[in-house]
Ligand binder design. Structure first.
Ligand SMILES: NC(=O)c1ccc[n+]([C@@H]2O[C@H](COP(=O)([O-])OP(=O)(O)OC[C@H]3O[C@@H](n4cnc5c(N)ncnc54)[C@H](OP(=O)(O)O)[C@@H]3O)[C@@H](O)[C@H]2O)c1
Ligand SMILES: [Zn+2]
Ligand SMILES: [Zn+2]
Length: 352
């Protein structure tokens, strides 16, 4: 065991602050990574503030962060795919049982024994796992991913959650040329959804509550932008979408979007607001529409997404911040004031 620098929160109302946390010495299958960048996902904020207390109560202290890129510093004796000096990445999961039907199907995210990167029981050290707002992390090589060499590291970090969470449902529901796809909420997830749907050739419409994001949405690849608080603009799209991705972090009226689907169209929820969303049965009945959800993606699909990003030169648009600005960044995230992901430069932690 060794200690590494990190930022943690002591309670739902405490700011994140500098601390030291234990990491295990690499076992034969482990890769030790020095973290270079870690993205800030809205899920970090939900969990730091215990907003998902009914589903997965937060254990304190919490070290969030699951959009991790870095460099391999050490590998265990049985590791074959990584060596010291390689670039490596870690997303939302660090382990699973590898034997259940979900793991066999490459859907580790549904494994009943899946270990999340933070706030999950830690099989090695006891307590809970600690995430990427830290200097280093030790992860089984099966949960380590390769970062294409042509991508900027700061912009690649958010692919590990925002990237896979949007790529997976967009692929699953066949978003491609000739399809009309909507993205609700132009935040970290939403802006990646726009990039993927655009790269796949769909006609992309962004729904935003922030009129000032319009120009950026077009630059990111949207064909149209709708300010969702404008009922007239919404009305024009009634019954026309093949697919809509709902990436909103807060309470909102999902029926307004279900009504925009054409018959047999699908809306997939990836946003995880604290409180349940009310669904009008009639919105679904009329047009036999589908309401679905999606949770990150499996390890193989995450690598597929990273390779797709390498090929199409896709990264997140990031604002790089030092770790010392993380609490300020959380407040800005709540105001939808980030274009479009904060990426923490972990070199800043060395001065703590
Ligand atoms: N399913 C999964 O596997 C998964 C993975 C990662 C994250 N998530 C969840 O996905 C959600 C989005 O995460 P994120 O990191 O992309 O968050 P984010 O960067 O904060 O983006 C959320 C966006 O939602 C919109 N929004 C915020 N408040 C709103 C309100 N009151 N009404 C309508 N729209 C509002 C804003 O877009 P506009 O300004 O354009 O309106 C905002 O930029 C979070 O709940 C997160 O926990 C789920
Ligand atoms: Zn996330
Ligand atoms: Zn399993």
């Amino acid at each position: 065991m060794y200690n590494t620098k990190a930022y943690s929160a002591a309670s739902a109302t405490s700011p994140l602050a500098s601390t030291a946390i234990p990491r295990r010495d690499p076992t034969p299958n482990d890769v030790q990574i020095e973290i270079i960048f870690c993205g800030i996902c809205h899920s970090d904020l939900h969990q730091v503030r215990n907003e998902w207390s009914t589903i997965m109560p937060t254990v304190y202290p919490i070290v969030p962060g699951h959009e991790i890129v870095g460099r391999v510093t050490k590998v265990g004796s049985a590791v074959t795919r990584y060596k010291p000096g390689d670039l490596a990445a870690v997303g939302c999961m660090v382990d699973s049982d590898r034997t259940c039907p979900h793991c066999q199907a490459g859907l580790e995210q549904f494994c009943p024994k899946m270990t999340l990167t933070f706030n999950s029981p830690d099989k090695h050290l006891g307590g809970v796992t600690y995430g990427g707002y830290s200097d280093s992390i030790v992860v089984d090589e099966r949960f380590v991913l390769r970062v294409p060499a042509n991508l900027s590291l700061a912009g690649a970090a958010p692919l590990l959650c925002a990237g896979i969470t949007t790529y997976s449902p967009i692929r699953r529901w066949g978003v491609t040329k000739g399809k009309k796809a909507g993205v609700v909420g132009l935040g970290g997830l939403g802006h990646m959804g726009v990039k993927f749907a655009h790269a796949l050739g769909a006609h992309v419409v962004v729904f935003t509550t922030s009129p000032n994001k319009k120009e950026n949405a077009l630059r990111l690849g949207a064909d149209e932008v709708v300010v969702s608080r404008d009922a007239n603009q919404m009305q024009k799209h009634t019954g026309s979408f093949d697919f809509i991705l709902d990436a909103v972090s807060a309470h909102h009226d999902i029926n307004a979007y279900i009504n925009l689907l054409r018959p047999d169209g699908t809306i997939t929820i990836v946003g995880a607001p604290e409180k349940p969303l009310a669904v009008s049965a009639f919105s679904l009945l009329i047009g036999r529409r589908n309401l679905s959800g999606s949770l990150i993606g499996g390890i193989a699909e995450t690598q597929e997404m990273l390779d797709f990003c390498g090929k199409h030169n896709i990264t997140a648009d990031v604002e790089v911040i030092p770790i010392q600005k993380v609490n300020e960044a959380y407040e800005r995230l709540l105001k939808s004031d980030v274009k479009y992901r904060f990426s923490i430069d972990m070199a800043s932690l060395k001065s703590e």
